[in-house]
Every structure is written in C-alpha cells, then in structure tokens.
Design a protein. Structure first.
Length: 376
C-alpha cells in the first residue's frame, strides 16, 4: 500500500466513526480487503465490511467511538498534519481498542503476524479478556515478545504459547528486539484434543512449551504454513483440513514432552468432555455430568476447570458455538433446526446466543461465510 493509500484508509475509517452506518454500500467503501496485511500485519483473510458491521453492533461501540473521535478529531481536522506516520499511529490506536473476536468468522483460522519497531501501525499491544470462546496458539519464529498474564513471559524463537479462553493477557514486541514474527491459530478444541494440550502452565490459562530441537521447530513451522495457505478457500472440507493440521501441531508439541514428567490429563475430564459433546441438545446439570464421572459436583467442577480452563457451562457453550458455525457454513438448515440440535429452545434464543458471542446474527454469519453480505 502506498503512503497516500495508507493515509486515505485512515481518513476513511475516521470518517466512518464520525458518521457510522451498517449499510453494505458504505461499508464496502471504508476499507479494502487488501488493507488487512498493512493494518493488522497479519497473513490471513479479514472480511472488512462484516468486521465494521460487527463493530457497529457491538455493545461497546459508542464508548470506543467517543474515545477515538475525541482523541483524533484535532488531527483529522487539519489536512497538513496527515501523513503516513500519523495515519499509522491512528490505525495502531484503532487496532488496540478493537475486540479481536470480531475479526474472524471461520470456525478455525490460522495466520502470521509481523511487528516492526520502525512501523508504528504494526507495533500494537494486543489484550485478551476472559470472555473469549476460542483458544489461541502462538509460535514465535523470529525476534521476541513479552506476554503479561500478569506474570511476564519473554517468548523467543521456538516458543509455543497456548492461551485458554479464560486467560487475561497482554502481549507485544519485546522492546529489546527490532521485530517480532509469529504464527498463530484461533480454534475450539474437540474433547479428544485435551489429551495433547496438557502443557506446562506458566500462569493461569497460559501454557508454555519451548522447542529446543531445530527439526521440531521446522516441522511445526511447515504445518503452520500449510494451514495458512488454506485460509482463502471456502467449504467444510477446507475447515476440516485446517483443523487436522492444528491437531497435528498440538500432537507433535505434546510428543516433545514425553520424556518429561508431565501429569496426564485426568481421564474423567476427557470422559466429561465427550459426554458434553455428545449431548449438546439435551438439558442436564453440572451434577449430572459429575455423576457420569463418579465424582461429587464440587470435586468435578474444580477438576474440570483446573484441567480445561473453563467451567462446564462455558465449555458446553463453546462447543455449541463451534457446532453452530459448522452447521451455518456446511448446511442450509433453518435456525430453528440448528437451535434444536444445540439444545436451545427456539431460533430467537439461538440468534441471541450466537450474536452475543460472534457480534453478528446467524444469517449475517452464514452469508458472509460465502463471501457475501446480506442485503439491507
């Protein structure tokens, strides 16, 4: 992107915040698909019109709108002050206040990110709150980064960081390094994956595995590259391929721990995960699941949260969301049928559940996953 286009993108975005709209024609004019790599410095697909629509309908839109406008209005009111550097600073500020769960609409996604000291727009701080639905996996390939959760962690090449949905964390480029590059994936694990996600815990919800063997590093890097290459393709089989690759990464990472004395995940937790997965459309209590595992409710709740990072209901809702996205993408079933399969009473309740987690309605998600947006 040229300097003029980068500056124009910042102007377009600021003007949209001044006079926001969710009409498709307006959304399509704000940012182009090609802006993703330059604004977010990530190598993956971002549907900008849908992202802006989700931002507009999010609960904290008015707050973020007021903050951005009050801070940046003096700059944008004077054309002589607008240049590449100020445009980068504005875009960096926007990225840092953005709820990252609004970015992606695929059930599983992989990408790569590069943060450079000399490029302010790339060098942002990312914050995760404890309200996400996806796990996050990072692999550092060059440079280093500081993760604070709140115990600081300096990640270097070969570091694999697994972040649970309930972790509160901030991360950014290490000030001591010029640039920082990493692969990443957002995913919701199946119950079977729990067996290969039992990594050493650095702090609550943050797991660290350091690959010392260069051949192990290269093998996992190649798997990430393969997953990223599949991002642009649509369809259920493509999502299954990416899922298979991420599972391979987790398995290969777990294999490196075989010579260490790592306590295996409790088989009763795996049993509970499978039970929840197989009975999503049924109504049951935490006590019912505990009974399946021959544990008291209090003991089971503690053990399940300890080993999965999630409460039983949170885990159930994450699986529901995963299945909902899959059915919306792979089938043409009406929302009433999908609601029934998820154990939700009706399409209205399903729509509210989905919108609260994804920032868009099931219909918007279904159409956008086909590369389109619903007509107004």
């Amino acid at each position: 992107m040229t300097t003029r286009n980068l500056t124009q993108s910042a102007i377009n975005l600021f003007q949209w915040y001044q006079d926001p709209s969710e009409h498709n024609e307006r959304l399509a004019e704000v940012l182009s698909v090609d802006d993703a790599k330059l604004i977010f410095h990530i190598n993956t697909h971002v549907n900008y019109p849908l992202l802006l629509k989700r931002i507009y309908n999010s609960e904290n839109f008015r707050t973020s709108q007021k903050t951005l406008l009050s801070k940046w209005a003096p700059l944008f009111s004077d054309p002589d002050k607008l240049n590449e550097s100020t445009a980068q600073s504005f875009l960096k500020d926007w990225v840092e206040c953005l709820d990252h769960k609004l970015l992606f609409n695929r059930p599983i996604v992989a990408g790569s990110t590069r943060a450079i000291r000399s490029d302010p727009s790339s060098d942002s701080v990312t914050s995760y709150k404890d309200d996400r639905v996806a796990w996050t996996l990072h692999m550092i390939t060059s440079g280093s980064a500081i993760y604070s959760a709140p115990v600081p962690l300096r990640a270097v090449p070969g570091s694999l960081i697994l972040i649970s949905p309930q972790a509160c964390i901030k991360y950014q480029r290490d000030p001591l390094t010029e640039e920082w590059c990493h692969f990443w994936s957002l995913f919701q694990p199946t119950p079977e994956w729990l067996e290969v996600m039992n990594w050493p815990e650095h702090s609550e919800g943050i797991h660290l595995l350091q690959l010392e063997d260069k051949s192990d590093q290269k093998r996992i890097e190649n798997l990430f590259k393969e997953a990223i290459s599949l991002n642009g393709a649509e369809g259920a089989l493509n999502d299954r391929l990416i899922s298979n690759i991420i599972e391979q990464i987790l398995i290969r990472a777990q294999i490196t721990l075989t010579n260490n004395k790592i306590v295996a995940i409790d088989p009763r937790v795996i049993k509970a995960g499978k039970y929840i997965s197989e009975h999503l459309n049924e109504h049951y209590s935490v006590a019912d699941v505990a009974a399946v595992c021959n544990l008291s409710e209090s003991r089971f709740s503690h053990l399940f949260k300890e080993q999965t990072g999630l409460g039983v209901k949170q885990y159930q809702n994450n699986l529901r969301l995963q299945l909902a996205k899959q059915l919306l993408i792979e089938t043409t079933e009406p929302t009433a049928i999908i609601a029934e399969k998820l154990g939700l009473s009706d399409s209205a309740r399903f729509s509210k559940f989905f919108s609260n987690n994804m920032g868009c309605s099931p219909r918007q998600f279904r159409v956008s996953s086909s590369g389109l947006l619903p007509k107004q």
